[in-house]
Write a protein that binds this ligand. Structure first.
Ligand SMILES: Nc1ncnc2c1ncn2[C@@H]1O[C@H](COP(=O)(O)OP(=O)(O)OP(=O)(O)O)[C@@H](O)[C@H]1O
Length: 278
């Protein structure tokens, strides 16, 4: 039996001036799936995430999340419904510690402002203790204990990236939207991330949509992949099929489908590139 839709995107049209960034994009993510969104630079992947999370308002099209039409809801309302996002260029606040960042993200679940909690205003104490406990648990899960009280700005990129993921989880999401989670990670770390994502999906019953260029991670982690090119869906399918799709190879390598009838083993990786970055 097919699982229900967690995210259903229907015919999104997004234009900036004369530039058609999304051109009738539709996609579906079912509950518990890990889905990849790939495509060449400028294809519209981040703009798609911005439409899903309410940062951009598309000219037309709809977004349904967890059975509800969220097309016109502001970002914070979508987040409260269980949509959590990580950022290509990190969502952590450099001047706060790892624990403070994770607690700040968790504040979205409370009925008061983060500042009220930090200042210890009446009525916040009990909830703050809970947030602290939750943050400690998430930090331990991600192996960040040793740096829990360090300012994130002073930490290596890979650790800040993990902190970004911990922040997303602190919002108690139903779905994670990950924008290039492997960027800046070593090939070994990126493959380790595939295991982490599957574990998160299985343990916390999460649904995941991720933008990613790192082909081995997509192949290892994703159940299904959508390929975007010039704001349109080029194709979709299981990672193994996508890797051999002539039009995908052409879109990435800049040729035509007819010129590349026999795809190489890792077709999305340009010749001579290291470790599968498209
Ligand atoms: N706010 C904006 N104003 C004008 N143009 C924009 C805006 N946001 C995105 N674009 C344009 O939309 C196109 C798609 O950009 P987008 O960042 O969504 O692509 P992408 O697939 O995520 O690329 P990359 O892999 O390089 O991150 C680009 O041409 C970009 O310049």
């Amino acid at each position: 039996m097919k699982r229900r839709h967690m995210l259903k995107v229907d015919r999104l049209m997004l234009r900036f001036g004369g530039l058609q960034v999304l051109d009738g994009l539709s996609l579906t993510v079912r509950e518990g799936q890990i889905v990849g969104l790939i495509g060449p630079n400028g294809a519209g992947k981040t703009s798609c995430f911005n439409c899903l999370t309410g940062i951009y308002q598309p000219q037309s099209g709809t977004v349904h999340f967890d059975g509800r039409d969220v097309s016109h809801l502001p970002t914070h309302r979508r987040a409260r419904l269980g949509m959590a996002r990580t950022w290509q260029n990190l969502g952590v606040i450099d001047t706060l510690t790892v624990t403070e960042n994770v607690m700040l993200a968790g504040h979205q679940r409370t009925g008061y402002a983060a500042l009220a909690g930090m200042l210890g205003l009446p009525g916040t104490w009990h909830r703050e203790r809970e947030l602290q406990r939750d943050a400690a648990e998430i930090i331990e899960y991600f192996g960040l204990d040793a740096v829990a009280h360090e300012r994130t700005g002073e930490l290596p990129y890979g650790i800040r990236k993990t902190c970004d993921m911990a922040m997303a989880l602190a919002t108690d999401p139903k779905m994670l939207l990950l924008d290039e989670p492997a960027s800046g990670l070593s090939p070994e770390e990126a493959l380790g991330l595939a295991t982490t994502l599957r574990e998160l999906r299985d343990r916390l019953k999460l649904t995941i949509l991720m933008i990613e260029h790192h082909v081995p991670l997509v192949a290892e982690a994703c159940d299904h992949v959508y390929v975007l090119n010039f704001g349109q869906l080029l194709t979709e399918g299981p990672p193994a099929d996508i890797q051999r799709h002539p039009e995908v190879i052409a879109a990435y390598l800049g040729g035509t489908a007819a010129e590349t009838p026999e795809p190489p083993e890792w077709p999305l990786k340009p010749e001579g590139a290291d470790h599968g970055t498209a």
